[in-house]
Write a new protein. Structure first.
Length: 278
């Protein structure tokens, strides 16, 4: 069933607006903000995480247990699908970079810097550095929005996928530094395995030798962040040249996106093979 859910999730992502209707975080974010300012909880970050993240996850697990014996388990399928869709990243990654791409193609560095700050919250001291950071942003967002979610869903089910997304939301929107720090620590642990698997996938669909050199040094490095590792591996795997202003620079983003698509196809082929053989 997991592979079927992942196929349906991709289809809905491409051809339906259901994702935007499902991904409504307003109520949960308001509850998180209320917990963070609660006088009895403000100095107990783990308890805040337990209520805001682990409680919803536990309720989901209980719901799945209750639904499993009903109607031969058919009612579990839509729950799995809705959870996966909710757990995917927020927004449209390519559409969000559209204004930046247009400005960069026109060689309008001022406009490119403005839209990069407005749309993806990226600042830089030079045009070349700005494009480098946008390239890293594309790799990281694709990983955390899609690859990490489908990895944990296929491995451990919707409970793990939802846990990953809720921790990401706490890290991104939390106001209590202690809570954000704890969420970041847990998310770092969640990221350790899938980001290395994606880097290994880049080696298979890109420059194997260059990625191998990166992984030789970083494979067991606990301290490197997932964003840093995926940027290092992605840029060398895609053989991305130094950033330049103009259409040539936009080609860098296109090559990164093509690398990500090839990696996604590889993952789905692996999921299909595992499903057949399991």
């Amino acid at each position: 069933m997991s592979f079927l859910v992942l196929l349906l999730a991709v289809w809905i992502e491409k051809f339906s607006a259901l994702r935007h209707r499902v991904q409504r975080d307003g109520f949960w974010l308001r509850e998180l903000a209320r917990l963070e300012v609660n006088a009895r909880l403000v100095n107990r970050p783990w308890l805040i995480l337990a209520i805001s993240v682990f409680l919803p996850v536990a309720l989901l697990g209980l719901l799945l247990v209750v639904l499993q014996p009903v109607a031969y388990g058919l009612l579990v399928l839509p729950v799995h699908l809705l959870v996966v869709i909710y757990s995917l990243g927020r927004g449209d990654l390519l559409a969000g970079l559209g204004p930046f791409r247009d400005a960069w193609r026109r060689q309008d560095l001022q406009a490119a810097a403005h839209v990069a700050k407005r749309d993806v919250d990226i600042c830089a001291d030079s045009g070349e550095q700005l494009l480098e950071r946008v390239e890293g942003h594309l790799l990281w967002e694709a990983y955390q929005s899609f690859f990490a979610v489908i990895f944990w869903y296929f491995l451990l089910g919707p409970v793990a996928a939802l846990s990953y997304r809720l921790l990401a939301l706490v890290e991104e929107h939390g106001k209590n530094p202690a809570v954000v720090e704890r969420a970041a620590q847990l998310r770092h642990a969640f990221d350790w395995l899938p980001v290395r698997l994606l880097a290994a996938s880049f080696a298979l669909v890109g420059n194997f030798v260059a990625v191998g050199r990166v992984m030789l040094h970083e494979l067991l490095n606990w301290n490197i962040s997932a964003a840093q590792l995926i940027e290092k591996a992605g840029l060398v795997a895609g053989e991305i040249p130094a950033p330049v202003v103009g259409p040539e620079g936009i080609n860098n983003l296109d090559r990164i996106w093509e690398l990500l698509l090839r990696a996604a196809v590889l993952w789905y082929a692996g999921f299909a093979l595992w499903t057949v053989l399991a």
